[in-house]
Ligand binder design. Structure first.
Ligand SMILES: [Mg+2]
Ligand SMILES: [Zn+2]
Length: 221
């Protein structure tokens, strides 16, 4: 029997051209953010720890500016709507697995009609003095990485004997998931990481590159 294909697609730096978390923090420039970002990327600090610390540098009173900046600054990578259509036409399930935050992920994805239960991301709480990130999708027992939003845990709900698993990503939130799946589409830090780990990956710049490769794979199924 042919396996059901399922795509797990990152958001920041993948669906959007840039990393929104880094863009927000760089724009508002609170003292100390650079060291935290570097520690996350070098994996000296867990993603959960680091992202939590970054947003705690911003007061909740800045909610409106932060949300407006995030949404107006982001650019969707070329070919995204075409990839969604390709998936629909070819029976590929499409999930967004994002280490990003609800207040920009949901509004930016709203035009594309992806069901909300297929979008995984972190939450936010503006009720305290500073912005607090909430974590509705923590690592399960199989993951000790402190991902915050754990892609590995979500991917493991789609067993390899029934699903052909495809990951599209760009950076540190994708490293664990990339080790599990059948096909990795990579750019930026994720490309380097795959090379280090000896994992094959397909490099992409736009989602049209991803569609072209999926069509090649389709032909040999
Ligand atoms: Mg990313
Ligand atoms: Zn995890």
């Amino acid at each position: 029997m042919t396996k059901q294909r399922v795509i797990f697609c990152d958001f920041d730096g993948t669906i959007t051209e840039n990393d929104n978390i880094v863009a927000i923090i760089r724009h508002f420039n609170p003292p100390g953010w650079e060291a935290i970002v570097n520690a996350i990327v070098s994996q000296a600090k867990s993603i959960k720890q680091g992202v939590g610390e970054l947003f705690r540098l911003l007061p909740s009173s800045m909610k409106r500016e932060v949300v407006e900046y995030a949404i107006s600054n982001a650019r969707i990578r070329a070919g995204f709507a075409d990839l969604l259509k390709y998936c629909k036409d070819n029976g590929i399930d499409f999930y967004v697995t994002s280490g990003g935050i609800d207040f920009f992920v949901y509004p930016l994805l709203a035009p594309f009609g992806i069901p909300e239960d297929r979008i995984y991301c972190n939450g936010s709480d503006f009720s305290g003095a500073s912005i607090e990130i909430t974590w509705p999708h923590l690592c399960g027992p199989d993951c000790a990485t402190e991902c915050g939003m754990c892609k590995k845990t979500i991917i493991n709900r789609f067993p390899a004997d029934r699903y052909e698993r495809i990951l599209i990503g760009d950076s540190v939130t994708d490293f664990e998931g990339a080790k599990l799946v059948d096909t990795v589409f990579a750019r930026s830090h994720l490309t380097q990481k795959c090379a280090e780990l000896g994992l094959p990956c397909h490099e992409y710049e736009t989602f049209h590159d991803v569609i072209d490769q999926l069509k090649l794979q389709e032909a040999t199924r």
